[in-house]
Each structure stands twice: as structure tokens, then as C-alpha cells.
Design a protein around this ligand. Structure first.
Ligand SMILES: Nc1nc2c(c(=O)[nH]1)N[C@H]1C(S)=C(S)[C@@H](COP(=O)(O)O)O[C@H]1N2
Ligand SMILES: [Mo]
Length: 326
């Protein structure tokens, strides 16, 4: 078995591919046998135990090394809250709808087509995506434009790793993300609440920023359908709607792409949509937020932070009027 060195220096087995439980269990037994045999070593035993632990709860575990640069002091949102209070309009507009209706989404097999202003257009299946770069766990704040937030341990790698592989040409200035558009799998597409498919976009330098995460899992598992299985984007310094779910296409463009919420209400949702407590939504303040899970009667609201606390992205907007480019 391949041993890969993780970004934080901890050796971990390269089991980023999703292994069906039966296959995994026989592999684990094999590793155990090796471990008690003549070539026994502490690291093999540790590996077996670590994998056993990782795979014990379900066959959908996804191994990833925690990236200490994105560990967070704040308490993580519970898995239950993060998977039952969702915005995913392809499955309905109520927060509970995605958890109830997303069972009809088939996240496997899946592929992403990457096209447009790049030297190497390609279609990547899920296994290729999972192997493209070492998977990291990163704990990010997610701030919805509606005024609530969560803290979620995502699994993925910087989108920049994928972008480098497809080699944008000199025309590429923006990146567009396009969600699956299949009425058979997504009952919400029958109602015209948004123009379908759901589209989002970033400037190329925003997409290349190391914080922008190509996301394949959360809480040690593959993404639940309601959170955007099998692959989504997470852009933690922008309002949640910029983080498009269940994407099937990534397109590099010369012109600024249209985006779902900007099409629906251009006066309320701009292209940039950086989290900014100083720029209110036309219908409500953005100065504070409610942390999901802390919403008891006496729970204090939290102050919303500029760029959701990710101040390292400020240079991307040097010289820009962020009231104008909201
Ligand atoms: N395709 C698609 N992506 C989407 C949405 C959506 O309705 N459709 N909702 C967005 C909004 S408003 C938020 S706040 C986040 C929520 O992500 P989560 O459910 O994983 O917390 O997903 C975003 N991505
Ligand atoms: Mo949102």
C-alpha cells in the first residue's frame, strides 16, 4: 500500500478513494496479518487501526489529513444541524427539504466537464477527482446571506490544484460553476424559483486563492446529497450561495459569468457577494449572524466579520469599492 506524506507531515495511508466496506474489511484483515507477522511494525498496526476506526461507522468514510492551517477554535456545528438545515433549491425552498428529498440524487457515477479558455479541456470522473491531490480536512465558517452561519469540517483540496492541471489560457479571467440540471433527480427544478441550472462564478484570481476548496466530503465522510454530493465548491469568505453544489461543469471565460442569485434579484445579490458587515442587504442588516446550534432564547448574536474572518483575501480587492462591487 502506498504511503503518502500529508501536507502536515503525518503519514497516512492513501485511501482517499471510497472503498466498499467488504473490500475494505478484507484489506484491513490483510494489513493486520502483515502486522502480526514477521514484518510487523508499529506503523502497520497503527494504519490498520486507523483505517478500522475510520471505516467503522459506514462505508462512506473519506480519509483526509487535517490541515492545521485551517483548524478552528470555534465549536463545530453538529453533523445533524449541518445536514438537516440546508439551502439547496433543486430539492425545495424549505430548510428541511434537501434532507428529505435529496435521496433521489445519484452521486455515482459522476463526472465534471472542464471547458472554455483552457489549454487542456477534460472530463474527470469522481475517482480521478479524488486522486488529483491529497485530501485535506479544513474547518471553515459558512455564512449564509440570510444571516446564519455554521462551522463545518470540509474535505477537499484547493481548486487551484485542478486549475493548474487544465492550464487556463491568456483569455481566461473568470470561472463558472454549473450545477446538475436533471428533473428526474432534482424535483425542485420543476418550480421556477431560480433560473436553472444553478450557476455561480468567481474571478480567476479568487478561484485560484488557496482558500477556495474543491470539496468532496465533510465530517470525515463523502458529501451527503443535501450538502452538494458528490462535488461542490466552498468559498468561505463569500456568502453561502457562491458555493455551488453538485457541480457537473466548470467553464473558464473571458466575460464575467451570470450567477443564479444575481439573475433572480440583481439589486440584492451581486457578483462578488463577499461577506461584509458594512454592506447591508437591501432588506436586512448584515452586521451580525446567528450561529446554528446556538439559537436558544438567550443566545447572543455574533458579529459578522469582514470577509467572514478570512482577512488574507483582502489583497484580491485592493482599490475596489466593495459597496459598489457588492
Ligand atoms: N446548486 C445549488 N448550490 C447551492 C445552493 C442551491 O440552492 N443550489 N444554495 C446555496 C446556499 S444559499 C447556501 S447557504 C449553501 C448551503 O450549503 P450547506 O447546505 O452545505 O450548508 O449552499 C449554496 N449552494
Ligand atoms: Mo445561503
Amino acid at each position: 500500500m502506498l504511503i503518502k506524506r500529508s501536507p502536515n507531515g503525518i503519514d497516512l495511508p492513501f485511501s482517499s478513494e471510497i472503498t466498499p466496506r467488504a473490500v475494505f474489511e478484507s484489506r484491513r484483515d490483510f494489513i493486520r496479518q502483515l502486522a502480526v507477522g514477521s514484518i510487523a511494525s508499529a506503523s502497520l498496526l497503527e494504519m490498520a487501526n486507523r483505517e478500522a476506526f475510520a471505516q467503522s461507522a459506514s462505508a462512506q468514510k473519506l480519509a483526509a489529513a487535517a490541515n492545521p492551517a485551517y483548524a478552528m477554535m470555534e465549536k463545530k456545528t453538529s453533523y445533524k444541524d449541518a445536514t438537516t438545515y440546508n439551502n439547496f433549491y433543486e430539492f425545495g425552498t424549505d430548510k428541511a427539504d434537501p434532507a428529505i428529498h435529496a435521496g433521489s440524487l445519484k452521486p455515482r457515477p459522476w463526472s465534471i466537464t472542464i471547458e472554455g479558455e483552457i489549454k487542456k479541456p477534460m472530463t474527470l470522473d469522481l475517482d480521478s477527482l479524488l486522486k488529483l491531490a491529497p485530501l485535506e480536512e479544513r474547518v471553515y465558517r459558512l455564512r449564509c446571506v440570510e444571516g446564519w452561519s455554521m462551522v463545518i469540517p470540509w474535505i477537499g483540496y484547493s481548486l487551484a490544484q485542478l486549475i493548474k492541471k487544465v492550464e487556463p489560457n491568456s483569455n481566461a479571467r473568470f470561472v463558472e460553476f454549473i450545477t446538475l440540471d436533471d428533473k428526474k433527480q432534482m424535483p425542485g427544478l420543476r418550480s421556477p424559483v431560480l433560473e436553472w441550472p444553478y450557476v455561480e462564478g468567481l474571478r480567476l484570481d479568487e478561484a485560484m486563492h488557496p482558500l477556495t476548496l474543491l470539496t468532496l466530503g465533510m465530517y470525515g465522510e463523502v458529501l451527503p446529497n443535501q450538502n452538494g454530493a458528490p462535488v461542490r465548491i466552498v468559498v468561505p469568505w463569500k456568502y453561502g450561495f457562491k458555493s455551488a453544489k453538485s457541480i457537473v461543469k466548470i467553464r473558464f471565460t473571458k466575460e464575467q459569468p451570470r450567477t443564479a442569485w444575481n439573475i433572480a434579484a440583481p439589486g440584492e445579490y451581486g457578483f462578488y457577494s463577499n461577506v461584509n458587515p458594512a454592506v447591508d442587504h437591501p432588506r436586512w442588516s448584515q452586521a451580525s449572524e446567528r450561529r446554528i446550534g446556538e439559537d436558544g432564547l438567550f443566545a447572543r448574536k455574533r458579529k459578522t466579520l469582514m470577509f467572514n474572518g478570512y482577512s488574507e483575501v483582502a489583497p484580491l480587492y485592493a482599490g475596489m469599492d466593495l459597496k459598489k462591487f457588492f
